[in-house]
Design a protein. Sequence first.
Length: 296
Amino acid sequence: MRLRHIEVFHAIMQVGTISGAAQVLHISQPAVTKVLQHCELQLGMPLFERVRGKLYPKPEAHRLFAETEKLHHELQGIRRLAASLKSRTVETIRLVATPTIAVSVLPQAMSAWRRAFADTRCELATHHTSEIINTLRLGEADLGLSLQDPRHPGILAEPIAQGVMTVIAPPGSWSAAAEGAPLSAAGLKGELIGYTDNDPLGAQVEAACEAQGIAPSVHTVVQTYQIARSLVEAGGGMAVVDPFTAASGRGRLQSRPWSPAIPIPLYLLTPAHAPLSHGARQLADSIAAAARSLLE
């Protein structure tokens, strides 16, 4: 199928009529009909049932739609880039981060960066680290942020800030004098918010508890540190979280560094063979500054 065929086909699949597709594509109805007929002729099969002016996709059309969807999105991206170059706007920067970093660090970083790059298009997305790696490898993002070094040969991992795992608790859980003093597993009281088995930082906390012969009471298990923090804020118990999540709850929670200390770096992840543009590098620097400021 030619690109024009794919455009017309997708428009018809979305609106269901020749006239609607013509309006979406800003071309005449006869042009849509002609392209569709040529497409079906090339494929050697009809893709739609014609009933009273509407087009109903056949099973083959649904299968074809699923296979061409990614190509259609890529074509739209090429057009946006062409329009951007034509209007001389700055390139699009695609950033993907873990949910924890997206919520705790990025708002302040983006606000500071925008002052110098007000017209730059930036696309933000959240994924877990394994998905971030795939996104970077496939060229679907320019830079990523994670609390894990993936140790992947195709990915550069640059530590840009560092803190330690931190215990957070509702106000009044310990005296003001104890605030800031390290807290070990023996000092945990009441319910502890736990993490799923595939969480690497949660596994380190669990190992530290086992090493001290402590079995915390865990009845609630979550996937992200932000959810854990929200539960602690609501009085649901204590949690051991990354330093950025702990810092973003400052003023609403008490916090103490976990003992024994577990260092937590924030990594800037980039494809090994794709150097950052000037705007992306400045964004990375802004993120590093915001992360360090948050931990101060």
